[in-house]
Design a protein around this ligand. Structure first.
Ligand SMILES: Cc1ncc(COP(=O)(O)O)c(C=O)c1O
Length: 426
């Protein structure tokens, strides 16, 4: 008999964050709106927005058209030493919607590289400005900024990061302000800054909510106070909006909610509507200007990737931004309220320990049971109820496409509830 795609997958691939010895593939054939369809034609609501990046749903006619129109002109040409219209136009559009002060766009292709670039630019900026001792980074406990080594160096999730410890750039942890009023975290931040701002380049932070740490929502005001402290002590603020950006928390960027204008803004995931790999690191004109000089001075930024500013990705990014402003951002506002109501109902279930929400970023934490991987079990169970979910430990995550409808939100709630109740013993 001919080998199935799932069997072939088992023979030739190695999947990310996956224990291959205990895994069997679900092979997705196509997507439409909020739904994914497997090779047997079964449908599933995309409850995690294809790893938190889908904005307007799958196979959106306008996004498809934007890719095709660009494809007819140019699929790829390098941004190293050359330029192209989609890259230029998207940079202009990003600066127009970004917090004030951000004036320059440096492209790459994933959230990890967007963060890595901010770290390197901050580091080099201080060298160029005659402050060579500023080489260290501050970050939060349970932080997640990606999987390349620089990004792991400012990460704080033991489970993911411990094994790579000896390889990493060392960073200084500030306790996460999650489940506190933020006073202790801010006091610690201020203590570190007042003791050793001379050796600190930047503070890296996920704004309002730490996603991969378990949807850890910060107390209001933490970001703006942390930002003021960084400014006071002459340390860069790098805001990582890879997960929160492009409407996910209810505004275009989470920073806006606390009127924060960082020195660096890291964007990825939703930047292309979730269609193609694209990322951007935005910086201020002051930072950019430090890298200007004669070519022979060798002060320019020695960093770039083959697919930096891929034209197809930039073209779809431009259309995605237009769609967000025309309609999808308004949809988020309506759905946020329905999701809040759904979470109130879910929080009444005995197996649910806590629910957390920041806009359309949701964590449903289950009471742990010794010897069980409840998060994984619930997410596997959800598939039988036409729903794709992916847990963070015992936390069930909702990160649906921002275009999700009211009916689909109800499906998300019902299928999650059924999956929890059929997994956890009463
Ligand atoms: C806040 C944050 N930063 C960075 C990343 C890494 O992005 P990527 O997976 O595109 O490298 C993620 C991914 O989940 C993220 O949530």
């Amino acid at each position: 008999m001919a080998e199935t795609l799932a069997e072939l997958d088992r023979r030739v691939t190695w999947h990310p964050f996956t224990q291959m010895a205990e895994w069997s593939p679900l092979v997705i054939a196509r997507g439409e709106g909020s739904w994914l369809f497997d090779t047997d034609g079964r449908r599933y609501l995309d409850g995690v927005g294809s790893l938190w990046c889908n904005v307007h749903g799958h196979a959106h006619p306008r996004l498809d058209r934007a890719v095709r129109a660009q494809l007819a002109k140019l699929a790829h040409s390098t941004f190293l030493g050359l330029s192209h219209e989609p890259g230029i136009r998207l940079a202009e559009a990003l600066i127009a919607v970004a917090p004030s002060g951000l004036a320059r766009v440096f492209y790459s292709d994933s959230g990890s590289t967007a963060v890595e670039i901010a770290l390197k630019q901050s580091f080099q900026y201080w060298q160029l400005r005659g402050r060579p001792a500023k080489q260290r980074f501050l970050r939060l406990g349970d932080a997640y900024h990606g999987d390349t080594l620089g990004a792991v160096g400012v990460g704080g999730i033991d489970l993911f990061h411990r094994v790579f410890g000896p390889l990493l750039v060392q960073s200084i942890a500030i306790p996460s302000p999650f489940e506190t009023d933020g006073t202790a975290a801010l006091a610690r931040l201020e203590a570190e800054l007042s003791n050793r701002a001379y050796e600190i380049a930047a503070f890296v932070v996920e704004p309002l909510v730490q996603g991969a740490g378990g949807m850890l929502v910060h107390p209001p005001g933490f970001l703006s106070k942390a930002s003021a402290l960084c400014r006071q002590y002459g340390v860069h603020l790098i805001v990582d909006e890879v997960a929160t950006g492009f409407g996910r928390t209810g505004t275009m960027f989470a920073c806006e909610r606390e009127s924060v204008s960082p020195d660096f803004l890291c964007l990825a995931k939703g930047i292309s509507g979730g269609y193609l790999p694209l990322a951007a690191t935005l910086a201020t004109e002051e930072i950019y200007s430090a890298f200007l000089g004669r070519r022979a001075d060798l002060v320019h930024f020695f960093h770039g990737h083959t697919f930096t500013a891929n034209p197809l990705a930039c073209a779809v990014g431009l259309e995605s931004l237009a769609l967000l402003r025309e309609s999808t951002l308004a949809n988020v506002q309506a759905r946020i309220l329905e999701i809040t109501a759904a979470l109130t109902r879910l929080s009444a279930l005995a197996p649910v320990r806590a629910v957390r929400q920041c806009g359309m970023m949701v964590g449903i934490e289950l009471h742990p049971i010794e010897g069980r991987a409840l998060g994984v079990e619930v997410c596997e169970q959800a598939r039988a109820h036409e729903l794709i979910l992916r847990p963070l430990g015992d936390v069930i995550v909702w990160m649906p496409p921002l275009s999700i409808s009211a009916d689909e939100t109800q499906h998300l709630e019902r299928a999650t509830m059924t999956a929890i109740m059929s997994t956890v013993p009463r």
